[in-house]
Design a protein around this ligand. Sequence first.
Ligand code: ADP
Length: 748
Amino acid sequence: MSAKQLKNLAVFTSGGDAQGMNAAVRSVVRTALDHGVTVYAIYEGYQGMVDGGGYIRKMDWDSVGGIMNRGGTVIGSARCQEFRTREGRRKAARNLVEHDIDNLVVIGGDGSLTGANLFRQEWPELLAELAAQGEITPQKVEQHAYLKIVGMVGSIDNDMFGTDMTIGADSALHRIVDAIDAITSTAASHQRTFVVEVMGRRCGYLALMSALATGASWVFIPESPPEQDDWEDEMCRVLEAVREAGRRARIVVVAEGAQDRNGKLITSDYVKQVLETRLGEDTRVTILGHVQRGGSPSAFDRYLTTIMGHAAVEEILSSPPDKEPQLIGIRHNRIIQSPLMDCVKQTHDIAEVIAARDYEKAMEMRGGSFKQAFYILRTLLRAKPHRPEPGKKQMRLAVINSGMLGPGMNTAVRTAVRLGLDRGHTILGIQNGFQGFITGNIAEMNWMSVSGWVSKGGSELGTNRKVPDGSDFYAIARRIEEHDIQGLLMIGGWPGYETVYQLYTKRNEFPAFNIPMICLPATIDNNLPGCELSIGTDTALNNIVEAVDKIKQSAMAARRCFIVEVMGRYCGYLALMSGLATGAERVYLHEEGVTLKDLQTDLVHLIQGFEGGKRLGLMIRNEQANALYTTEFMRALFEEEGGTLFDVRQAILGHLQIGGDPSPFDRIQATQLAARCVDFLIEKIEKNSTDIAGIGLMGGEIKITNLEDWPRLIDEQRQRPKNQWWLELRPIAKIMAQPGPQIQILDV
Ligand code: ADP
């Protein structure tokens, strides 16, 4: 469709606000402008649509600049009773037609999306009525025969069908996990119990995932009430056992909609009362409330909403006018779209199933990974493993970290140790990576040896980049025999993968290597095959985004351009995604290379931008983007050429990217992947299979990749996979980052 044929488009946010809505609005506006479409923002949701006038404002490139890091929604949101009436919707239709708008991108909850769908259905009648009343001309009715809508879900509760994550849910998890981590340390100091209430009237996502990510002792969610009528006794028994086992902090997480099997609400106050009367212990309640909605959006809520906003506009501009409205969502790291009203219906269905107390069905409807998370949590929160079944074969599994630190390594080890022990097996921890394997630094792990590891950054087992060589293989074979290791779980990055493959190729020489081995990707570089998102990457992205937010603020008083160098070795994932999440105007990747002509063009853009009144420039550079055009070289070049117009600073973020505690996403992902790895090893040992494999998210699913193909999957020289899925996102970054149509680009 040519730009001339396109009618105007409007975007608005409605219902409860959520972090990440601004990035979505920015993305919608800039993608539409890039297509040559006139775009409006409707302020204050449906209220602004009904009231019209100044609430419907034309947007240009700069009107959505500098908003991505802000919480809430800068274009406002409101509940609007009037839009629920036909009269209100008729007024809204008139205001849209007045601006020739017949494309709407709705960012809101199920209520807002339902309203939009109704509006779309009534649209032809509303326009006919307006024409009959003389409010609009018959030509306008003809020109705007259809209203096209596309939806994105803004809701911190993650309560919508059709998307793994709603906009704001990841940021809310950050707020909750930070709060529970903080509460855990004070609870441990005083050996106290805390009851933490989190949002989620109809959906236990935030409660379940925050409990999983913080090692909470108990959780209540609406979808799966405690099975026993006397659940109070059971909870107290478990909490007592937890204390006896030596855990000082006890945290109970309660979703605000939690209920018992009879449908009666389980309130945080009631839980406190139970704990105080039955355990006789000082118990405190913390209701997190609106803190969960507030604050700056997480990296995930910035870059994913950017990609979703882009997809929403593409859908609206490319689909036929009478196509059923779609909901843009994500499945893991990929965009998906589904019929909007099916998603709304399924969302309501779950609520009804919960209200009808059919909890099994409710859990089923939430999907596999929700169910699995609940199941894993119930094992991990135990005070000790189940007693082994008599006569069951006990296996000996070893776990090792290898490569550079990947935040989330400890979380994965903890899960593997506890789930392995719970199934009655022995788990050996190999310390100090393959160096420790060679020297025999190996010890049996027990339930409490991993206590508190869920939230710890770094690697408690110890890790390094050692790849065995020469006689090292003999030493490793000896250790495997001495300790009777039957299966190996490697949690780490490239050196670990390479070593596992080496062990596989040396099986003829060393029969001890004939054991199943699985690699769990944990590196911030995200440079591993068979895995689209490795553990640690999300933490690193959040570290980068936080640092860049501060760097940007520091430059407010000057006219300055920053060149920020990020890690990733030869893989540009961190550079591209942090570029998307921070609104960088240029991202330099090794995959694309950097030429002198590129730098000249960028310089021209910079000079024009600063001459046109801009105050800040931001370039993100992968550490290996170009061996000769280094960060320092670029800084010096831009500084010299910028003259007195602007100055240039470099910021090499370095190790702050791998430091800190793992993000909620990395903790959850590490837990789920480690659980699958333990299953893999047990299954392979039972079948006498000696497969080697890597686990990871691929195309929106957790998949296991055969690593016998390792050489075929990789670009060995650059240490990155041959196929890098995220490269397809580069055009979006370019659209978002271009200086805006108002700036003429000179040919250089
Ligand atoms: P959310 O979108 O977060 O679910 P609400 O349910 O409060 O939030 O809906 C937000 C707004 O969407 C409402 O104030 C109203 O203007 C509009 N809306 C919701 N449901 C409908 C409906 N069934 N018909 C028309 N408008 C609706």
